[in-house]
Design a protein around this ligand. Structure first.
Ligand SMILES: Cc1cc2nc3c(=O)[nH]c(=O)nc-3n(C[C@H](O)[C@H](O)[C@H](O)COP(=O)(O)OP(=O)(O)OC[C@H]3O[C@@H](n4cnc5c(N)ncnc54)[C@H](O)[C@@H]3O)c2cc1C
Length: 509
C-alpha cells in the first residue's frame, strides 16, 4: 500500500495531464528492478486503483548502455527471469524487454507510452538516468512521474549536500524512526483489474500482443547475450554469480547466519567471499534486485526476541556511530555503511543529478592540495593497459585488480588501497580518476552507481579530513600502503584465492 507520507518521494517530470481516455497505466521499471519492497510499484498500483486502469509493468534493458557487457546483461536478465515467475504468482501483468539489433527499444517505448494514461518510473540521480528523463519527458504525452525508491529515507528529506559522514549520520538518526514506519510493501497490493474484461489481455492493439518480449526463460539468456552488440564484449559473466532477488536473498541469509556476527571488527580482513564478513549485496542493491529497506528490516530483527521497533533505539547514542539503532554493535556498524555511507553518495547526486561526478566536486582544501602537489615525482608510472592487466611491481595491488577483473567484485579494504595507488602511479590526477572510473565501471557488478563515484573520490580525500604529515603526490590526503596492508592482515589466504581464480577464468556461460 502506498502511504500519503511517501508522496515526498514523487516528482512530476513533465507537468502533463493524466490521459484518462487511455487504457492502462505504465510502470517503467528501470533502476528499482524488483516487485517486492518497491515504492514506485506501490505508487503505480495506487494510481491504477485510483483511476481504475490496469497496470502494465515494463522492465526493459537497452543493449548499448555505457560499459554494457555480457557480464551485466546476464545479471539483469536473470533478475527478469525471477520477476516473470513472481509476477505470475502475484497476479501482476509484467513484461521484460531485451533490446537487440532487430528489436529496437525506441519503437517499443513509443508504442507503450502512446497508449498509457500516465507513466511511473524509478527516480535515480546518476548514470544515464537524468538524461533519459529529459529525453523521455519530451516524448511522453501523458503525465510522467518518478518515484524515489533508493533509500529508506526519501532523498528529498535529507536537506543539503553533506560534506562528511558525521553530518549525514545526524540526519539519518533524526529521520529514520519516522520513515521506518512508511517502508514500502513487502508484498505488492493488487492493481485494478476489470474482471474478465482485461484490455491488455484481449485487445488486438494491446502491446502484450504486438511486442516481442523476453519470456523470462533462463534457457534463452545465453542465446540472447550472444546476439547483443555490447560495448565491452570481453567482460564475461562470472561463474556462479547470478542476478535476481532469489540470489540476493540467499546472500542476505548467509550474511545473517555467518557474516553479521563479527562484521564490525572483521569485515576489513581481505578474504574469499564465502568466508567474508561483509554482505556481498552491493551488486543486488545496484541493480535494484533487493531493496535497502528489506535488508535494513532483516538486519534490525537480528538476535532480537521480538520484531524491531523504534522503541529499541537508544536516544543517548544519537549521532554516534555506535549504539543507536540496536543493542548489537555489529548491526550498528553495518547500518552505518548501508544507510549513512551509501546515502551520502545518493544525496550528492540528488542535489545535482548527472552521469558522473569528477574531481571538480572536491572541496577547497583538496583542490589546493592537488594544485600544490601536481608536479610531484611519481615513484612508478603505469599506463591504463598496465593497470588493467595487473602488470605492476606490487603483488598486493595486482591481486586486487585480478579479483576485480575475474570476479566483478573487489574486497572493500583492497578497493581503497587500489584507488590510492592508481593516484600515486599515474601521470596526473585527472588520468588517475579516468582510469579508476573506467576500470570500476567496466568490471564491477556494482559499478556505474553513485557509490562508484563517492568511493573513487574518497580516495582523493572526499568526505575525509586532512592527514599529517604532508606526503608526496597526496599532500594532506590520507595515503595507504601495500606494505602496511600486508602487515596488518594475513594476506596469504587472499593470495591463494586469487591464484585459484586465475586457474578458473571467467567463461561465457
Ligand atoms: C575505489 C572505490 C570504489 C568503489 N566503488 C563502488 C561501487 O562501484 N559501487 C558500490 O556500491 N560501492 C563502491 N564502493 C564502496 C564499497 O567498497 C562497497 O560498497 C562495498 O565494498 C560493497 O561490498 P558489500 O556489499 O559486501 O558491503 P557491506 O560491507 O556488506 O556493506 C553493505 C552495503 O553498504 C554500502 N556500503 C558499504 N561500504 C560502503 C562505502 N565505503 N561507501 C558507500 N557505501 C558503502 C553498500 O551499499 C554495501 O552493499 C567503492 C569504494 C572504493 C574505495
Amino acid at each position: 500500500m502506498f502511504l500519503k507520507e511517501n508522496l515526498v518521494r514523487v516528482r512530476d517530470l513533465n507537468q502533463k495531464p493524466v490521459l484518462e481516455n487511455r487504457p492502462y497505466i505504465l510502470y517503467w521499471m528501470s533502476t528499482a528492478r524488483r516487485l517486492y519492497w518497491n515504492h514506485s510499484l506501490d505508487y503505480a498500483i495506487h494510481l491504477s486503483q485510483k483511476y481504475k486502469k490496469e497496470l502494465l509493468i515494463y522492465e526493459p534493458v537497452k543493449v548499448d548502455y555505457p560499459w554494457s557487457s555480457p557480464r551485466f546483461h546476464k545479471f539483469i536478465l536473470e533478475g527478469m527471469a525471477n520477476h516473470a515467475k513472481d509476477a505470475q504468482k502475484l497476479g501482476l501483468v509484467y513484461r521484460a524487454f531485451v533490446e537487440t539489433l532487430d528489436n529496437p527499444i525506441s519503437e517499443v517505448f513509443g508504442s507503450l507510452t502512446s497508449s498509457a494514461a500516465l507513466v511511473v518510473t524509478d527516480d535515480y540521480p546518476a548514470y544515464i538516468i537524468p538524461e533519459l528523463f529529459v529525453q523521455a519527458s519530451k516524448k511522453i504525452e501523458s503525465k510522467f512521474l518518478a518515484v524515489d525508491s533508493n533509500s529508506i529515507i526519501p532523498l528529498s528529506q535529507y536537506g543539503e549536500f553533506a560534506s562528511a559522514a558525521r553530518i549525514l549520520r545526524y540526519r539519518v538518526h533524526r529521520l529514520f524512526p519516522e520513515f521506518w514506519k512508511f517502508r514500502s510493501s513487502s508484498k505488492p497490493a493488487k492493481p485494478f483489474l476489470e474482471n474478465g474484461n482485461s484490455w491488455l489481455e484481449k485487445n488486438p492493439d494491446s502491446p502484450l500482443k504486438k511486442i516481442r518480449w523476453f519470456s523470462g526463460d533462463s534457457e534463452d539468456i545465453e542465446k540472447i547475450c550472444k546476439e547483443c552488440n555490447f560495448i565491452c564484449p570481453d567482460v564475461l559473466p562470472v561463474n556462479k554469480k547470478n542476478g535476481g532477488r532469489k540470489e540476493g536473498l540467499k546472500l542476505l541469509r548467509r550474511f545473517l547466519n555467518q557474516g553479521l556476527n563479527g562484521y564490525g571488527e572483521l569485515r576489513s580482513q581481505p578474504k574469499k567471499p564465502e568466508e567474508s564478513h561483509s554482505s556481498l549485496l552491493s551488486p543486488y542493491l545496484h541493480f535494484g534486485h533487493i531493496s535497502q529497506e528489506e535488508i535494513v528490516s532483516a538486519v534490525l530483527d537480528w538476535n532480537l526476541e521480538q520484531s524491531w521497533n523504534p522503541g529499541i533505539i537508544i536516544p543517548e547514542n544519537r549521532n554516534k556511530r555506535e549504539g543507536y539503532f540496536h543493542p548489537d554493535s555489529n548491526v550498528n556498524s553495518f547500518l552505518d555503511e548501508l544507510i549513512t555511507w551509501r546515502d551520502i553518495g545518493f544525496l550528492m547526486f540528488w542535489k545535482q543529478p548527472s552521469f558522473r561526478k569528477d574531481l571538480s566536486i572536491l572541496p577547497d582544501w583538496i583542490q589546493k592540495n592537488l594544485d600544490y602537489h601536481r608536479k610531484d615525482e611519481r615513484p612508478y608510472l603505469y599506463s591504463r593497459d598496465d593497470l588493467e592487466n595487473a602488470r605492476t611491481h606490487d603483488a598486493v595491488w595486482n591481486a586486487a585488480q585480478k579479483e576485480l577483473v575475474l570476479t566483478g567484485s573487489m574486497h572493500n579494504y583492497m578497493r581503497m588501497l587500489w584507488g590510492k595507488k592508481v593516484i600515486e602511479w599515474t601521470v596526473d590526477y585527472e588520468t588517475a580518476f579516468a582510469i579508476l572510473e573506467d576500470l570500476n565501471n567496466k568490471y564491477a557488478y556494482d559499478g556505474r552507481d553513485p557509490n562508484s563515484y563517492t568511493g573513487i573520490l574518497w580516495c582523493f580525500g572526499l568526505f575525509d579530513r586532512p592527514w599529517f604529515p604532508e606526503r608526496n603526490v597526496f599532500g594532506n590526503i590520507r595515503t595507504m600502503s601495500s606494505a602496511s596492508t600486508a602487515k596488518k592482515f594475513k594476506l596469504q589466504s587472499y593470495f591463494d584465492y586469487i591464484r585459484e581464480l586465475e586457474g578458473f577464468r571467467t567463461t561465457l556461460f
